[in-house]
Design a protein around this ligand. Structure first.
Ligand code: CA
Length: 223
């Protein structure tokens, strides 16, 4: 997780940077609004912590311009003014949350975690076929209420099937999407892995989802 801090008070910026780095985040710091906007527009950050009172360009103008240029990164505003209008204005401008100075580091951490969690919730979506669910972000697979334990290869294979429900996938297609360049087309490794996967998702359950299409390949389907 990479965070951008736009804060002109060097001491505070340094304190936030040091604290968050100790928590395992990667940090970039900008000390004025123009530099902050430039870095924000790189689009590489998972979160932006933005002070309102900044030299060269204030935080709200930065935020407005950032959103106008389609910047999607969640923004946590820092304000000294506890005035309700400032908060409303900030949220209207496109901030996701705000924190009033002075704040404790624990409070900052809690807000950051909440914003990053909210972001993880919206992307990427769960893949679902019948009662089989694959969560690409958390790398979890379940059927009904049962969590399934898949190997890395089985997971990659299932991910490919679930992105193409109802479509017959040939061995060549599977090899290109799931195996690397060292794959030996003469081997039966795909059939072996499809069978491993089938055992995990279909054995003892109905309906059977992963089927063989004779002479063609395999298909994941409901009916
Ligand atoms: Ca400031």
């Amino acid at each position: 997780m990479r965070i951008l801090v736009v804060e002109d008070e060097k001491k505070l910026a340094g304190f936030i940077k040091k604290g968050l780095e100790e928590e395992g985040y990667a940090l970039d710091v900008a000390h004025d609004g123009q530099e902050g906007l430039m870095l924000a527009l790189d689009g590489v950050h998972d979160l932006i912590i933005l002070d309102i009172n900044l030299p060269k360009m204030d935080g709200l103008s930065l935020l407005k311009e950032f959103r106008r240029q389609k910047g999607k990164t969640p923004v946590l505003l820092l304000t000294v003014r506890a005035a309700i209008e400032d908060k409303v204005l900030g949220l209207d401008t496109g901030a996701d949350d705000y924190l009033t100075k002075p704040f404790s580091f624990q409070e900052l951490l809690a807000r950051i975690r909440a914003l990053l969690r909210r972001r993880a919730d919206v992307s990427p979506p769960l893949l679902q076929v019948a009662d089989l669910t694959l969560d690409p972000a958390r790398r979890l697979v379940s059927r009904g209420n049962d969590r399934l334990d898949l190997s890395t290869k089985e997971f990659a294979l299932l991910d490919y099937f679930m992105r193409n429900p109802g479509r017959v996938l040939t061995r060549t297609m599977i090899a290109e999407h799931v195996w690397d360049y060292d794959f030996d087309p003469m081997s039966n490794i795909i059939d072996v892995y499809v069978n491993y996967l089938r055992k995990k998702i279909d054995a003892g359950r109905s309906p059977k989802l992963l089927r063989t299409v004779r002479g063609a390949g395999y298909v994941l389907q409901v009916d």
